[in-house]
Design a protein around this ligand. Structure first.
Ligand code: GFB
Length: 304
């Protein structure tokens, strides 16, 4: 989802020298494959959008793969980028790097100030290691490597598998299927209590932010201002219950909702403080309603 949105954005903004590989073409977990790729292609800039990702249940179930695959992917790429004299690198993480009970909104400075939320601790530890790889290749070798932390993302090419997806695509699918198959005469079951709050960013806005960072922000700007990573989000959040009301309205689902409290809630809230990236000059442009409408249209055209 993220890689394809970045590709569309860069192509439509005049970049015509983009090198990319799908997962089946290049296994980023294998150091020898990554080293070979860098030696052959010799890229000047690198964006690490690849990662093993998933929703709360996938994070909690595939804990070993979430830490191992993500550590290997980022360590292989960042080290190969350094060895091949890459001029600029952007590493993408997630808002789950911040402590479970950090004050809200989450300022960049709160990194490593307290313990993490347990369902996504393996993923968060791997992403924090990636941030620290970038920062310390800068501190030791002056490498122009930076990290950006998007909030929860959604949009075209999202994962709509109910076992492994994030909440927003899961709700689109659940409400849509309930409306079509059961003619709205159905109960949709959501996970947890419905009370946790989440912030959502449309993936095409993230792609615009990445291009903004590539063109305007250097490692020096980030690390010398006393932070290790830059937040990317909307600065607005809502409860899962409010999200489900919004999605059911857009889909025109008229049945009822119940909550399966045996499923985890995860972090109570993770609202990004986006004042730094706003000051630098980037702001999101897609409202949550508009983004969900576009994603639902994409789902109808591609997943039905
Ligand atoms: O999006 P989500 O899976 O992950 O869940 P996180 C967000 C909230 O939605 C949780 C609730 O409180 C879920 O219990 N929820 C309700 C549902 N119904 C559903 C449903 O049908 N499916 C899903 N998936 N959730 C992930 C992290 O955390 O966020 C990752 O695990 C990453 O590491 C990612 O950081 C952005 O927001 O809790």
């Amino acid at each position: 989802m993220v890689g394809s949105a970045i590709l569309r954005n860069f192509k439509s903004n005049g970049y015509n020298n983009i090198i990319y590989r799908t997962q089946s073409e290049l296994n980023l977990v294998k150091q020898n494959e990554v080293d070979k790729f860098f030696a052959e292609e010799n890229p000047s800039c690198v964006i690490i959008a690849a990662a093993k990702v998933g929703g709360i249940l996938a994070n909690n179930t595939y804990r070993a793969e979430f830490i191992y695959d993500n550590l290997m992917i980022e360590a292989n790429i960042i080290n190969a980028a350094f060895n091949n004299k890459v001029e600029k690198l952007i590493f993408l993480g997630s808002s789950c790097i911040y402590p479970k009970l950090a004050p809200q909104p989450l300022k960049e400075e709160y990194l490593l100030s307290d313990y993490l939320e347990s369902t996504n601790e393996p993923y968060a530890i791997a992403k924090i290691a990636g941030i620290k790889l970038c920062e310390n290749y800068y501190r030791q070798y002056n490498a122009n490597f930076i990290s950006a932390m998007p909030t929860n993302l959604y949009g075209p090419f999202d994962n709509f598998n109910l076992e492994t997806s994030h909440v927003l695509p899961a709700l689109i699918r659940k409400f849509h299927e309930a409306k079509i198959q059961f003619k709205n005469n159905n109960v949709v079951t959501l996970w947890g209590s419905g009370q946790p709050k989440r912030e959502f960013l449309y993936v095409e806005d993230l792609a615009e932010a990445i291009r903004f960072l590539l063109e305007n922000i250097e490692a020096h700007d980030l690390y010398e201002s006393g932070i290790s990573q830059l937040n990317i989000g909307t600065g607005e959040d809502l409860t899962i219950n409010e999200l489900s009301n919004l999605i059911s309205e857009i889909i025109d689902f008229k049945g009822s909702i119940e909550y399966d409290k045996s499923k985890p809630d995860g972090t109570p809230r993770k609202l990004m403080d986006v004042s730094r990236i706003h000051k630098l000059g980037w702001h999101h442009s897609t409202s949550l309603k508009e983004g969900i409408e576009k994603t639902y249209k994409w789902y109808l055209e591609n997943c039905n």
